[in-house]
Design a protein around this ligand. Structure first.
Ligand code: HEC
Ligand code: HEC
Length: 189
């Protein structure tokens, strides 16, 4: 066994054993209470974010490291529009639910399929990052309005006037991306 494996293996074993008591199949059943607000099939947002890659990520939206404790806390106590489930499940059921959640490790898609997503990342994300608490601009998901076109073209609040940087078709793609994000957020509410 090489050095790396001898260091990593015990850690991996320990982390999977810690949740061995939960029943994944039962957890999957219990997850029906969550499905209305959380996708696990793809990265599309419902009222809540997709959980497809929950344990494949490093941090939660609240800034905490993704681990059993931080996720359990959100499920028990709720957070930011997420209802608390402390009194909906017995403790053993919470363990089952957690065991199922631990299986959600899909690789997080770097770029959503829409071509406009890349432009959003390049020109907007630094100020409109829903995963950052220090982002100066608002979370744009679920709040698309036609005024966005002018804000993009002429700039706003320190954002550059994109008509000097991007052609018309590219700006259209960016707006399409905003629209689809907006629809995803609003449709679920
Ligand atoms: C009524 C809708 C709703 C239901 C039902 C719901 N959630 Fe949520 N959930 C949310 C919202 C809203 C958020 C916070 C989203 C945000 O701030 O972007 C959230 C956040 C989360 C997060 C944090 C995700 C992250 O990346 O930070 C987890 C984990 C989670 N929910 C798990 C669950 C589980 C497990 C259940 C079922 C027991 C459940 N949720 C049921 C709406 C819901
Ligand atoms: C330098 C930071 C910065 C950058 C870059 C930036 N924005 Fe903004 N944006 C803001 C701030 C701050 C606000 C809120 C204050 C305001 O409306 O002037 C805002 C508001 C908005 C709003 C209005 C939201 C609402 O509902 O009121 C839209 C739409 C928007 N930005 C889109 C974009 C898009 C698209 C990009 C990328 C092309 C972008 N922004 C880049 C800082 C930025």
């Amino acid at each position: 066994m090489n050095l790396l494996a001898s260091v990593l293996l015990p850690a991996l074993l320990a982390s999977s054993l810690a949740f061995a008591q939960g029943d994944v199949a039962n957890g999957r059943e219990l997850f029906r209470s969550c499905q209305g607000c959380h996708n696990t099939a793809n990265d599309e947002r419902k009222a809540g974010p997709s959980l497809r890659s929950l344990f494949g990520k490093v941090t939660l939206r609240n800034g905490r490291h993704v681990d059993d404790e931080s996720v359990r806390e959100i499920v028990l106590d709720g957070w930011n529009g997420m209802p608390p489930f402390r009194y909906s499940f017995r403790p053993a059921e919470i363990d089952d639910l957690m065991a199922f959640l631990h299986t959600l490790k899909g690789k997080h898609a770097n770029t959503p399929s829409a071509p406009g997503a890349a432009y959003f990342k390049a020109y907007c994300l630094r100020c409109h990052n829903p995963d950052s608490r220090t982002s100066p601009g608002p979370d744009l998901r679920g709040r698309y309005t036609p005024e966005a076109a002018a804000l993009v073209e002429d700039g706003h609040a320190g954002a550059p006037a994109l008509k000097e940087w991007l052609g018309e078709p590219e700006r259209k793609q960016l707006l399409e991306f905003l629209k689809s994000e907006g629809a995803a957020g609003r449709g679920a509410k």
